[in-house]
Design a protein around this ligand. Sequence first.
Ligand code: RP5
Length: 164
Amino acid sequence: MNKVLIVMGSDSDLEQMRPAWRVLEELGVGYEVAVASAHRSPERVVAMATGARAAGYGVILAGAGGAAHLAGVIAAHTTLPVVAVPIAVGTLGGVDALLSAVQMPGGVPIASVGIGGARNAGLFAAAILSATDAVVERQLGDFRERQVAGVEEADRRVKAKLGG
Ligand code: RP5
């Protein structure tokens, strides 16, 4: 229950989803990446979602563009937490995917990050796992400390540049 399953609807989503596993690698969290489409390969999506808990996953990230029903369909077949990553594609630029994720009708909730928010989705997945995994909790704490140090460094750079 300490791994993250990352599903994307198409290989065209790959580059927008990559930040999710990049940050999981940074945190030392295990993950697996798969392509499965809610409308083009529905049986594969159902099999993945149904078997995810037994396979040791504690959270599922679902990246998709357009109508983006992938996260909702996955959530319909598992009680694990599912986080949608709306992908920016097509004429509506990801707004369609965002709205379809955040407007899930009652009963089978999913969470969603913003359009193109794969890195935040990875961080959020780690936060979910950290509730029951002390190693991930520590890694996330260290990550936050590095982030604080980064902001302080940026502050020094700006002051140096402005001669303050
Ligand atoms: C969605 O449709 C995918 O997640 C992707 O974002 C979008 C376009 O897919 P392709 O036509 O590029 O395969 O299902």
